[in-house]
Design a protein. Structure first.
Length: 184
């Protein structure tokens, strides 16, 4: 069931995207399950643009976000839009919980920001890789490119046996793209 099934919402969000000058680059793949990683994550605006596009496109994407965002007044709306609160200070078997979700559903797109924060980081969190690998699903790299006002999608990436090499390859994919405040 779509999180925002009402066509009026979809039209309103689509109009908002068009009026903003932002556009989508790339195509949504026709696969039932995947892990969508989005970077660079350098501003709270990333979440706003991402959710605007999610609803405007009519995509049913579950996304993980820090639990602090799920307090009143945003909590109910974020859950309705597919948000899953995560306590960042402790893992709490998040990988296992998400893998179980993949196994229990016929369709699931899970969005994760591998940097784990808006601050610049030298090393990405690897949970997205573990989830995709253990669930047997591809990774879809998504990116923000603020100078061009683009939210883009890259080619599907199948995780292999070498986590560090896979993450290095994915980070290299993001090299040309710039977030609101920095690149990857």
């Amino acid at each position: 069931m779509p999180q925002f099934p009402d066509r009026v919402w979809r039209r309103a969000f689509r109009a908002g995207v068009q009026a903003s000058g932002w556009r989508l680059e790339g195509e949504l793949p026709n696969v039932p399950k995947l892990v969508l990683i989005v970077a660079p994550h350098s501003s709270w605006w990333d979440g706003i643009w991402g959710l605007l596009f999610k609803v405007a496109l009519g995509t049913n994407i579950t996304f993980m976000a820090k639990r602090e965002l799920f307090r009143w007044p945003l909590g109910g709306l974020l859950r309705r839009m597919g948000g899953v609160p995560i306590q960042r200070s402790a893992a709490h078997d998040v990988v296992e919980q998400m893998v179980e979700r993949f196994h229990a559903r016929e369709r699931l797109w899970l969005g994760i920001e591998p940097e784990g924060t808006r601050k610049a980081v030298k090393k990405w969190k690897s949970g997205f890789w573990h989830i995709a690998r253990q669930a047997g699903v591809p990774i879809l790299p998504g990116y923000f490119d603020y100078p061009r006002k683009v939210i883009g999608l890259g080619p599907l990436f199948t995780p292999g046996d070498d986590r560090d090499a896979d993450i290095a390859a994915l980070r290299a994919f993001y090299a040309p793209y710039k977030g609101k405040h920095r690149g990857v």
